[in-house]
Ligand binder design. Structure first.
Ligand code: UDP
Ligand code: MG
Length: 320
């Protein structure tokens, strides 16, 4: 968007949630206050889309009451999954159902302050297609969470070819075109923040401080976090598959050195009979096996890319 949007634009706020009964009333109250404030209501129409990722607590009932209190000035919608499919699936569903020209994504616990959305919207209107929230501090989180998050973003940057911004969650705002590009990637288990980076367009960071959770507890226990990190690596890097090839190649070079060493030892008569040949055959054989596994890995990596079904390219604009 290159200039300030006219006020007939719609902004969709997508809120994924799972077992958030403690926070939902507070969340809606704070979002509603923001949506009805002049800051937003003067520049766009707003819809809030709550995507319930199969909650087992009383979240659906609370959401029903929220929907019943809809007014023409503020419309909320509720999508309920048949079971828990995960945060990414919930955000994807939100993007699919959103009618807005601009779409914001925010977690239900409001650890990312929704009051920043109008400021991000303003930045978007100044000439960007995605404004992503980048955390400058995470002081409210536990040291272990901070350490694992820090490590996650660094390892990801090291292993993937895509420039996935560091310390960036899913709190972001994007124009519809970007959301559609992301939705055109057909992989079964999408790593959303990676895909948003992958589709390109003009993306800018918006730095902010992430707050602590006010109500409820995290829905991302260590097991889910580990799965999430593994998904990120597997979705954007085939390096683990190629690792066997590299270690095999290294082993082959080493086996050559060992070969020369074994001959040297043999000539000087310092070895037990049969040692040199066994030693060389062992290191060489192992390295060859590893290399062959690595070559198979390259083909599997290609197959993996094919099955992800991402578009070959995305056109931002064409003229003439
Ligand atoms: N969430 C979800 N499905 C899940 C787990 C979490 O939709 O399987 C939602 C959750 O309700 C919250 C957001 O994803 O709105 C982020 O989760 P959480 O705040 O627990 O993660 P953290 O901020 O601790 O990393
Ligand atoms: Mg949270």
């Amino acid at each position: 968007m290159d200039q300030l949007a006219p006020n007939n634009r719609t902004l969709s706020i997508v809120v994924p949630l799972y077992n958030e009964e403690e926070t939902l009333a507070y969340t809606h109250q704070r979002l509603a206050r923001l949506c009805l404030s002049e800051k937003l209501s003067d520049i766009c129409k707003i819809e809030i889309i709550y995507v319930d990722d199969g909650s087992e607590d009383s979240s659906p009932e609370i959401l029903k009451a929220i929907i019943n209190s809809n007014t023409p000035a503020l419309e909320a919608r509720h999508i309920r999954f048949s079971r828990n499919f995960g945060h990414s699936a919930a955000v994807f569903a939100g993007l699919e159902f959103a009618k807005g020209d601009v779409i914001a994504i925010i977690d239900a616990d409001l650890q990312d302050p929704p009051e920043l959305i109008p400021l991000m919207y303003e930045q978007l209107c100044k000439g960007a297609d995605v404004i992503y929230g980048q955390r400058i501090t995470r002081e409210s989180e536990t040291p272990i969470k901070r350490l694992t998050a820090w490590l996650f973003y660094r390892v990801l940057a090291l292993l993937t070819g895509v420039n996935i911004p560091k310390d960036t969650g899913d709190f972001r705002i994007m124009v519809r075109e970007v959301a559609e590009a992301v939705l055109s990637c057909k992989e079964h288990e999408p790593f959303l923040r990676g895909l948003v980076a992958w589709v390109g367009y003009r993306q800018r960071a918006f730095q902010y401080t992430r707050e602590g959770r006010k109500y409820g507890t995290t829905k991302y226990p260590f097991k889910k976090m580990f799965r999430f990190a593994a998904l990120a690596l597997v979705s954007f890097s085939s390096l683990p598959l190629r690792l066997a090839l590299y270690t095999g190649a290294l082993g082959l070079i080493l086996s050559l050195v060992f070969f020369l060493w074994a001959i040297f030892e043999r000539v000087h008569g310092q070895t037990v009979p049969g040692w040199a040949s066994l030693f060389v055959a062992f290191t060489f054989g192992h390295s060859m096996t590893l290399m062959l596994v690595g070559i198979v890995g390259i083909y599997i990596g290609r197959l993996h890319t094919e099955t992800q079904g991402r578009p070959r390219y995305i056109v931002r604009r064409s003229r003439g």
